[in-house]
Design a protein around this ligand. Structure first.
Ligand code: MTE
Ligand code: MO
Length: 255
């Protein structure tokens, strides 16, 4: 225990660790009151210096992801809303201003599919539009403190994954976007009935600001997990991370 930091640093570290947990997991730890010794035991880190503290915090985040994944019910549906509750205009958000949203050429567009899939052919937009479509009115929740209700239409992602012969026992589905954005999700969420490979917003072709030509819409996940301007999809067992996730947001990102 001689390598543990002084009391004030210790309290700050425990507080920081608790911040990285979502509510149900945090409650679990607070019930037994998380101490620095406990944190050290949980993460297997000695916590004597800044580097091991950072490693401990990263391990806490990954532990949180596993608890969230374990709590996720693949059959429980997110709420849907009546047409009268749709938010218009629908807010824009990205890591840049609206005028910087990437302009993707519809005719040249090809959706790349790679990794643990049997059919790696690249999809044109007409091919994607020819697949059976559905739509849903759900709430988008952004961690920056706003939410909005919208209608999105497209191809159920589980049908798409089956169509390309994806290994449905793989851990991750990753996305690369036409801007520098990227993210990845767990397979149970990819297969959730409300996860939609989205081609339309509010009954019209997906506008540039909301991710033309293609976005993934998941009412079970926070806004930053919903990639816009998708260019490539891959199935993998190697953790792919994400733009905000690599900057400290929780990877699971359930809403
Ligand atoms: N390609 C791309 N996708 C992205 C983002 C981004 O910056 N680039 N931002 C994310 C965040 S934080 C939010 S809240 C939503 C916003 O989507 P909207 O503009 O359709 O409201 O997009 C998500 N997907
Ligand atoms: Mo967001």
């Amino acid at each position: 225990m001689d390598r543990l930091p002084p009391r004030s640093d210790a309290d700050a570290l425990v507080k920081e660790a608790l911040k990285r947990l979502d509510l149900p997991t945090r409650r679990l730890f607070l019930r037994d009151s998380l101490t620095l010794g406990g944190l050290s035991l949980l993460t297997g880190c000695s916590l004597g210096d800044g580097k091991s503290a950072e490693t401990a915090l990263q391990r806490i985040s990954r532990m949180n992801d596993r608890v969230q994944a374990w709590l996720f019910d693949p059959k429980r549906l997110a709420p849907t809303y009546p047409e009268s509750m749709i938010t218009r205009p629908f807010p824009f958000n990205a890591y840049y201003g609206e005028d910087k949203a990437p302009r993707v050429d519809a005719d040249a567009f090809r959706l790349e599919v790679s990794g643990l899939v049997s059919d790696k052919h690249a999809w044109t937009l007409p091919e994607l539009h020819a697949l059976p479509q559905t739509d849903q009115i759900t709430r988008h929740v952004c961690v920056e403190g706003w939410s909005a209700i919208g209608r999105w239409g497209g191809v159920p992602f589980s049908a798409f994954l089956r169509r390309v012969g994806a290994d449905l026992s793989a851990k991750y589905v990753g996305f690369k976007c036409a801007d520098d954005y990227y993210t990845s999700i767990d397979m149970p969420t990819a297969l959730h009935p409300q996860t939609l490979l989205t081609l339309s917003h509010d009954g019209k072709i997906l506008p540039i600001r909301h991710g033309f030509p293609l976005k993934l819409r998941m009412p079970t996940k926070l806004g930053y997990k919903n990639p816009k301007h998708i260019q490539a999809i891959f199935v993998s067992n190697t953790y792919p991370g994400g733009y905000w996730e690599d900057r400290g947001y929780n990877w699971f990102g359930g809403s």
